[in-house]
Write a protein that binds this ligand. Structure first.
Ligand SMILES: N[C@@H](CCC[C@H](N)C(=O)O)C(=O)O
Length: 280
């Protein structure tokens, strides 16, 4: 099976994006792992598959896979690349697009400058919704990582996030604590592990060790989760500039019960065609 695709990124969080509207696509987790291999395949953090919508009032459905082959519910940088892809590929003439995700319908929108704003939905804090093993919801939870005590915030942006505040991101133990937190038994579906340095009330620096993909250059849902956790704990204002390793995102959140708004860029790197099953 030959598939046309675009290679895209949002702040260096990179994607293989496949048009499943005009092509018939059937991918196994093994295909995804092969394609995601940076040496023997295309290489990406996540694969995005764009499909026709199931409901007539929506424009598309899109599915998100980590490079380990696992399917996930939500992807912030991916949502922006999805919008650029369907406009660029002339799959739609709209600029505000209703898209079904495993988390529900979102309506990302491209403005006239090409910047994309995504309503990322309302964050969820109850342990069952994350999912996280705790008796009651709290602003922060104690957790042991590699034999040392830490405090984390835990929340769902449609996908699970843990956020740990650090003094200095340059020396944060992302490579060692990240995988330990990702697979901590308190998170039955694993978790995206964010390490946040508060610079000032409207500016943070963030690194995220992503579930199923390892540390990425940026994580959109991770940026939303970190800002929400920081606002809830009284450290941040309602609009925050987030410096990821791959660039900056702006996140806005008015507080409990409100949706998180994310804005940032999306870039197409190249387009190509690949025979599936022949990547290795
Ligand atoms: N890179 C993403 C998040 C992708 C999914 C995540 N790794 C998960 O497993 O939940 C983003 O920009 O949000």
């Amino acid at each position: 099976m030959k598939l046309k695709f675009s290679k895209m990124h949002g702040l260096g969080n990179d994607f293989m994006v496949i048009d499943g509207v005009r092509q018939t696509v059937s991918l196994s987790p093994e295909h995804i792992r092969e394609l995601g291999d940076r040496h023997f395949g295309i290489g990406f953090d996540q694969l995005l598959l764009v499909e026709p919508a199931h409901q007539p009032e929506n424009d598309f459905c899109y599915r998100i896979y980590n490079n380990d082959g696992s399917e996930v519910q939500q992807c912030g940088n991916g949502a922006r690349c999805f919008v650029k892809f369907v406009i660029e590929q002339q799959l739609t003439a709209k600029r505000a697009i209703r898209v079904e995700t495993a988390r529900g319908v979102i309506v990302p929108e491209m403005d006239l400058t090409g910047r994309i704003v995504v309503n990322m939905g309302i964050p969820r804090f109850t342990p069952q919704e994350i999912p996280f093993l705790a008796d009651t919801a709290a602003l922060a939870y104690p957790i042991m990582l590699s034999g040392k005590p830490y405090q984390i915030a835990a929340l769902s942006m449609g996908n699970p996030h843990a956020v740990l505040r650090v003094e200095d991101l340059a020396t944060a133990e992302v490579a060692t604590l990240g995988p330990v937190l990702e697979s901590h038994p308190s998170f039955p579906e694993r978790v995206n592990a964010g390490f946040m340095q508060v610079i000032k009330r409207n500016e943070i620096a963030l690194r995220v060790y992503e579930r199923g993909a390892g540390e990425t250059l940026a994580c959109g849902t991770g940026a939303c989760a970190a800002v929400v956790a920081g606002i809830r704990q009284g450290w941040l204002d309602h609009e925050v500039l987030v410096h990821a390793r791959g660039g900056d995102l702006t996140i806005r959140w008015q507080g409990e019960g409100h949706a998180v708004m994310m804005s940032g860029p999306a870039v197409t790197v190249f387009t190509g065609e690949i025979e599936i099953g022949k990547a290795s």
